[in-house]
Design a binder for this molecule. Structure first.
Ligand SMILES: [Zn+2]
Ligand SMILES: [Zn+2]
Length: 82
């Protein structure tokens, strides 16, 4: 079964797809450290490597997360470890 996030429009639909994709993997007894998330850019990333937006609830790969959040992970860490 494939999840075609690329054709989805709204953040809610993207999120619903991501949740559904996780549920399929859980049903298939995929261990949590091997769970995959499909970023809206269609890249598959490990769930533990994905970044979730607190506002949209959507999971992103690092590249998209940095674009979405408007700062790089390094910038975020620099700000938040002071
Ligand atoms: Zn991405
Ligand atoms: Zn967001």
């Amino acid at each position: 079964m494939s999840i075609e996030i690329g054709k989805k429009e709204t953040p809610l639909e993207i999120l619903a797809c991501q949740v559904q994709f996780i549920k399929i993997q859980e049903r298939d007894k995929v261990p949590s450290e091997h769970l995959k998330i499909r970023c809206p850019c269609l890249k598959l990333v490990r769930w533990i490597d994905a970044f979730r937006c607190l506002y949209c609830g959507i999971f992103y790969c690092r590249t998209c997360a940095e674009k979405h959040f408007g700062q790089t992970v390094e910038e975020y860490k620099a700000i938040n470890t002071q």
